[in-house]
Design a protein around this ligand. Structure first.
Ligand SMILES: [Zn+2]
Length: 246
């Protein structure tokens, strides 16, 4: 009984760092696997009132829509909605939404301020999103100096939400667009605990399976570890394992 208790404690102690490793590994995999363009454009529209206005509020038109987007297959034709794949995108639409009819890109020769700004927030983590980077778009080319200046201002306000530039040493087959550094610590803890619980459950299943196999062997008159027929011996003559019902 003491041994069993000790085993349980060992499993808990081992499963937490293992859960942390799996949490980090799965997020890294999502980041390097999902292309920034493999997202469906039609997600459910969420109530903008239920969202806090983001950092862009002082320099953007009014927030009109918040949309939730799910990842899709590479060419965007097959939406994987309803499945928690550990990644999604939330778009905050200021002014005229990019996905609305009547949308025209900002023309800086007509309007000094942008008519439409979108924050596309790419979020990662399973089961909850714990890491994100923001991509700010005005729908206009930054070749225009006015548009470029606006983007610089917006990116400066975004700070860590914007993430880091893609490292130049990254091999071309990894489609990572930006490196997210904005962390939600609360969901990170939940994710690590979830992965740890999965590790614990898996370890429990394995030790249960092992105990079941051993019990079956002992009942059949075999050594629990090497399957040698032990008869009335107290110790296996082949490998020296003590014969006892676990
Ligand atoms: Zn044996």
């Amino acid at each position: 009984m003491r041994r069993r208790k000790y085993n349980r404690l060992t499993k808990v102690i081992v499963s937490i760092p293992l859960g942390l490793v799996l949490c980090v590994f799965s997020t890294a995999l999502l980041l390097t696997y999902l292309k920034s363009w493999s997202w469906v454009s039609s997600g459910p529209t969420l109530n903008p009132d239920s969202f806090e206005a983001t950092y862009l509020e002082p320099i953007a038109p009014e927030l009109v829509a918040v949309r939730h987007h799910s990842p899709s297959t590479g060419n965007g034709s097959f939406a994987l909605t309803g499945i928690n794949l550990g990644a999604d995108m939330v778009s905050y639409c200021y002014g005229v939404s990019l996905w609305d009819e009547g949308y025209t890109p900002w023309d800086p020769t007509v309007d000094a301020e942008p008519t439409s700004v979108n924050i596309m927030r790419y979020r990662f983590g399973w089961p909850m999103r714990m890491l994100h980077y923001d991509d700010i778009s005005t729908g206009s080319s930054i070749a225009d100096p006015i548009v470029f200046a606006y983007h610089q201002r917006a990116n400066a306000i975004a700070g860590i939400h914007r993430g880091l530039d893609r490292p130049s040493w990254l091999p071309g087959f990894i489609p990572l667009y930006r490196v997210p550094i904005a962390v939600n610590w609360f969901t990170l803890v939940i994710n690590v605990l979830t992965w740890s619980a999965l590790c614990y459950a898996l370890m429990s299943c394995l030790s249960w399976l092992r105990a079941w196999i051993q019990r079956r062997r002992i009942k059949g008159g075999l050594c629990a570890s090497c399957k040698y027929p032990v008869g009335d011996f107290e110790r296996c003559p082949e490998c020296g394992t003590e014969i006892r019902i676990a």
